[in-house]
Design a protein around this ligand. Structure first.
Ligand SMILES: [Zn+2]
Length: 164
């Protein structure tokens, strides 16, 4: 069996996985281009109130403006059951190409947190997400990710929202 199909199979099984199994999976994942920017990918059993599947958490040191600090990405239960992430490549697109992009921005220019990370301000939200969606789209265009049509529909909707 190819490595990718093994990974796909394991990812699918985790739809019924417990917290320990999901965390083990995250610990073993190759974070590829996002590796230098992520301290940890942590499974959080609690559903995110805002309905997100994953989120990037800047550390205190990033918040006070120190550069070159790695962030934590949290993955919520729905990420393993989402209709928008049926393939492992969808999951990696969200985790590495999207959250990894946020982590890279925070690592390189922590001041961006205060400019873009105000959830209550729609314009800030759009500015912040714009770059992350573009990065996801670029990886699909370069055929480095083979995403599902569900993921493409979600990306289309989210990117269009950023343009509006
Ligand atoms: Zn985002």
């Amino acid at each position: 069996m190819q490595k990718d199909s093994e990974l796909q199979e394991r990812y699918k099984q985790l739809g019924h996985g417990n917290a320990r199994e999901r965390q083990d999976f995250l610990d073993e994942l190759d974070l590829e281009d996002a590796t230098p920017y992520l301290r940890r990918v942590r499974y959080n059993q609690k559903l995110d109130q805002s309905g997100r599947l994953m989120g990037t958490l800047p550390t205190f040191r990033s918040l006070i403006g120190i550069k070159n600090i790695k962030s934590i990405v949290e993955v919520y239960p729905d990420a393993f059951n989402s209709m928008f992430l049926p393939f492992i490549d969808d999951f990696l697109s969200a985790l590495i190409d999207h959250e990894g992009h946020h982590a890279r921005e925070i690592y390189e220019s922590p001041s961006i947190i205060w400019k873009h990370f105000s959830l209550s301000e729609p314009r800030c939200f759009r500015n912040r997400e714009f770059g992350a969606y573009r990065n996801q789209i670029e990886m699909i265009k370069e055929k480095r990710r083979n995403c599902s049509k569900e993921m493409l529909l979600l990306l289309d909707a989210n990117y269009s929202y950023c343009l509006s």
